[in-house]
Design a protein around this ligand. Structure first.
Ligand code: GP9
Ligand code: MN
Length: 650
């Protein structure tokens, strides 16, 4: 009886912790429903039923160990979710070296109230302390070790039982628990998987949607299973029919997007400098705080450049590396982990390699550890001649994680000067990384009402990076590179500051879900072209996948031999921009998926009225978005571009 009570206590305590995690997920407005709770109880039983087969002491120890491990997992997920709005997966764990580098960032994600997650440990320690005190006082026959060892009373009783009876009872209890756990877990999951979550186990487009079906333990079990399936068996083979329809899709996209118009090849032979700026969002471009422009240099450059005012970042768990891959490889990121880490050995058509085939030199610049996001390996696979990492820079302006952007861009420019022209240079900035706290002597923006908040710090960090951009433009002019270089500047992803109130306060208006979708997903894209150019704003939706096809167009390089999914921003064709979550925007509509990923639970918006539209109007965009995400996922899974290329050269 005591054994069962202890076991029930373990399940109850762990359930409370899972509920605590659930209530901290911003994406969830609702409490766990009854079925979700049953799944959680069931999966806790499945995780621990075997402890009932152990003798009492063994069971106590096993439950304590399970409690510690599971509590750590829940807490790690909780903290990780606060930053990434996602759960830790096996590929993320394989990037665990990066967690060290997050250092201060991780610390700022911890909350005092988190201690409640460990309350049972504290109670347990108090219990131990009290027992040992009583023991020291010599009062009572209880020995501290009776917690783990059979009491003399039990020993006497056990002796009177046959070993077989005890064994049979334990076996029966464990088996009953296994059965109960399976029913509680798989019953409701089966109901979900055969109704609203029908596509989830085939598409797996979003960790949160999966979690909503399986609960946290199920999510991790499924993720581990997926990882093992991906990596522990023979290489998966792409079915012929699927390969043919993928190739057909690419042929159609190439035919539609490869328009030989006036701008095709207009800047052929130009150098290209692409700056991917950390967490540089679009909402504050052109805006002021306390009468001071946040991005005065970008605003000035816009007057003589092409600026895409509705440019979407298309990143997922791989954050900076996803932005890099979407922009250079024109494919979607993975639902889980980073392509840089999971598939550096796969074949992709990427901008540096394509430009190298066309006589360019190609170099990557990032003043940080070369191993972060597996760049060292991935950049050499992408065809860069050289990757300039932290060790190639003089750390004369230490800031945040590494070198300040001003010095980073200055030193990178110096390194570019002797390069063989035309060159392609890809630069990734870092100073405006979360949590955005710059030392006072660097702060130049009076953020007024935002001073002392993370949002104020963010504006300050962006203002600094903007100044670095201005200085780089000046440097390029001095060097004489300005006139034969296409300068591209875009943001990698959002700033992870989710509180709508900051944006409402900053923009001075209340914001809808559509406004927030745009704010959190739009980053600026500025393209400065050689020669005189009057500033132009392109307000149609565009996204990071479109960068490589568009640059190839300007250089007059045909996209036909390559497998690139993005739009050509100079084709004059309609554009569909799909995000990893399945959200999309085209010229008229935007679609925001619901938590379960089902079409009808999403919201369709009319971009003219900015109100909601009947969801069926978004059906076509939804289906095409799903097709694109699946093609991209299949390319990753089957290393399909390698096969396509082999077939193409036969
Ligand atoms: C570090 C930098 C930051 O090298 O790219 O990555 P993020 O945390 O934004 O993905
Ligand atoms: Mn980043």
């Amino acid at each position: 009886m005591k054994r069962c009570l202890g076991y029930a206590l373990f399940i109850a305590v762990m359930l409370i912790k899972l509920i605590q995690l659930h209530s901290g997920l911003h994406a969830q407005n609702i409490d766990m429903n009854q079925q979700d709770k049953l799944i959680s109880i069931g999966s806790l039983i499945l995780l621990s039923f075997w402890t009932l087969w152990l003798p009492r002491r063994g069971q106590t120890i096993a439950l304590l160990i399970l409690n510690v491990l599971l509590t750590f997992l829940i807490y790690a997920d909780m903290v990780y979710y606060r930053y990434f709005q996602d759960f830790i997966t096996v590929p993320v764990l394989l990037q665990a070296g990066q967690m060290d580098a997050l250092g201060e960032s991780i610390f700022s994600l911890l909350r005092p109230a988190d201690i409640t997650l460990f309350a049972d440990w504290l109670l347990f320690l108090c219990y131990i302390a009290t027992r040992s005190f009583i023991f020291r006082q010599g009062e009572g026959s209880a020995h501290l070790h009776t917690l783990f060892y059979r009491s003399p009373v039990n020993l006497t009783r056990d002796r009177s039982r046959t070993k077989t009876a005890g064994f049979l009872r334990r076996t029966g209890n464990g088996a009953a628990a296994l059965l109960l756990g399976s029913v509680l877990t798989f019953g409701p999951i089966y109901t979900y998987a055969t109704t609203w979550a029908r596509d989830l186990f085939t598409g797996n487009w979003w960790s949160l949607a999966m979690y909503n079906v399986t609960g946290l333990i199920g999510f991790h079990a499924y993720d581990a299973y997926q990882y093992a399936k991906d990596h522990l068996g023979p290489n998966p083979v792409l079915p012929q029919q699927e390969a043919a329809s993928m190739k057909l899709w690419f042929a159609g996209q190439n035919a539609e997007q490869a328009q030989v118009n006036d701008s095709f090849g207009k800047y052929s032979g130009s150098n290209i400098i692409v700056i991917q700026a950390e967490a540089f969002m679009n909402f504050m471009v052109g805006a002021s705080v306390n009468g001071q422009e946040v991005t005065p240099n970008l605003n000035a450059l816009m007057k003589e450049s092409l600026y895409f005012s509705h440019y979407y970042h298309q990143t997922a768990q791989g954050r900076t590396s996803d932005a890099d891959f979407a922009s250079n490889g024109s494919l979607y990121p993975l639902t889980s982990g980073s392509i840089f880490v999971r598939y550096p050995d796969h074949h992709f058509d990427v901008l540096p390699a394509i430009l190298k085939e066309n006589g360019y030199s190609a170099n990557a610049f990032h003043a940080y550890e070369g191993s972060f996001w597996n760049r060292q390996l991935m950049y050499s696979a992408m065809g860069y001649d050289r990757f300039y990492t932290k060790k190639d820079y003089t750390l004369n302006e230490p800031l945040g994680w590494s070198l300040g952007d001003k010095s980073f861009l200055r030193q990178s420019l110096t390194a570019m000067e002797p390069l063989k022209q035309p060159f392609y240079s890809f630069l990734t900035t870092l100073s405006s990384h979360y949590p955005y706290s710059l030392p006072e002597e660097v702060q130049k923006l009076d953020t007024g009402e935002f001073a002392g908040t993370i949002f104020g710090d963010y504006l300050e960090a962006i203002h600094y990076t903007d100044e670095a951009l201005g200085q780089l433009a000046e440097g390029l002019k001095k060097d004489g590179l300005w006139e034969n270089t296409i300068l591209v500047f875009y943001g990698d992803h959002d700033n992870s500051i989710k509180e709508t109130s900051y944006y409402e306060q900053f923009l001075g208006k209340s914001l809808t879900a559509l406004d927030m979708l745009e704010i959190m997903h739009q980053v600026p894209l500025l393209v400065h072209l050689p020669g005189a150019y009057t500033g132009t704003i392109d307000p149609k939706p565009a996204g990071q996948l479109d960068l490589t096809p568009s640059l190839l167009h300007l250089l007059g390089i045909s996209r036909d031999p390559y497998y690139l999914m993005g739009n050509n921003l100079f084709s004059g064709q309609e554009r569909l921009v799909t995000l990893r979550s399945g959200a999309f925007a085209n010229a008229e509509l935007a679609y925001l998926p619901g938590d379960d990923g089902q079409f009808t639970s999403g919201t369709c918006y009319n971009l003219d009225t900015r109100g909601t539209a009947p969801v069926k109007q978004c059906r076509t965009g939804f289906e095409e978005s799903k097709t694109r995400l699946k093609i991209s996922d299949d390319i990753m899974k089957y290393d399909a571009i390698r096969t396509f290329k082999q077939e193409d050269t036969q």
